[in-house]
Design a protein around this ligand. Sequence first.
Ligand SMILES: [Zn+2]
Ligand SMILES: [Zn+2]
Ligand SMILES: [Zn+2]
Ligand SMILES: [Zn+2]
Length: 227
Amino acid sequence: MGKKQSKGKCFLCNSIVAKAGMPKHLQSCLQKNVISEKILDDNRKPQKEKKFFHILVEGYNYPEYWMHLKISDDARLKDLDDFLRGIWLECCGHLSAFKIQGTSYSSSPITEYDEKSMSRKLGDILGQGIKFSHEYDFGTTTQLALKVVSEREAIIIGKTIHLLARNEPPSITCNNCKNIATHVCVQCNYSEKGWLCDKCSHEHDCGEDMLLPVVNSPRVGMCGYAG
Ligand SMILES: [Zn+2]
Ligand SMILES: [Zn+2]
Ligand SMILES: [Zn+2]
Ligand SMILES: [Zn+2]
């Protein structure tokens, strides 16, 4: 059986769209959205348009996990790091870092290594088409690939970071039978025998202490990540 095409949901219009088609879909969905925000705002005091970035984030080794974000250009790297931790990564407060055009921006920078802090504003570092990376936990690392899909102007209301779209949970089958996996064994994860359904997880040799729940994140089954 071939691998199913990854799909995700656009939170602007609630449609389900294939991963490959989502950037284009969002460009037009954002356009409509930006216009409606403008109309909404005509009844209020004039507000200055702010710049925002449309960013695609995906698991570097697990591209079936992906999301699209809208981030105002005065947000800081720390805001993006907090957001990624909150939705996909945080297990025990590990260190993290962005790598952007050869420079490291770390959650706890070491100046001898020429690392910068995450207090920089996105608008000062990013631009259309720039690709960069994020690493969480330098032991059991989860690496993410990020890309600025577009740069736009809009009147931004509310949150500085907005989730535009996210992958639907991939359906992963149990390595023992054909049921849907609900748990992953931390010890067996690396040998690709770690995915288990409810029934098989009770009979698994490593014991229930080694099991983590299957969650919709590229950090599924790593360290103590439980979603
Ligand atoms: Zn849409
Ligand atoms: Zn951890
Ligand atoms: Zn099973
Ligand atoms: Zn095991």
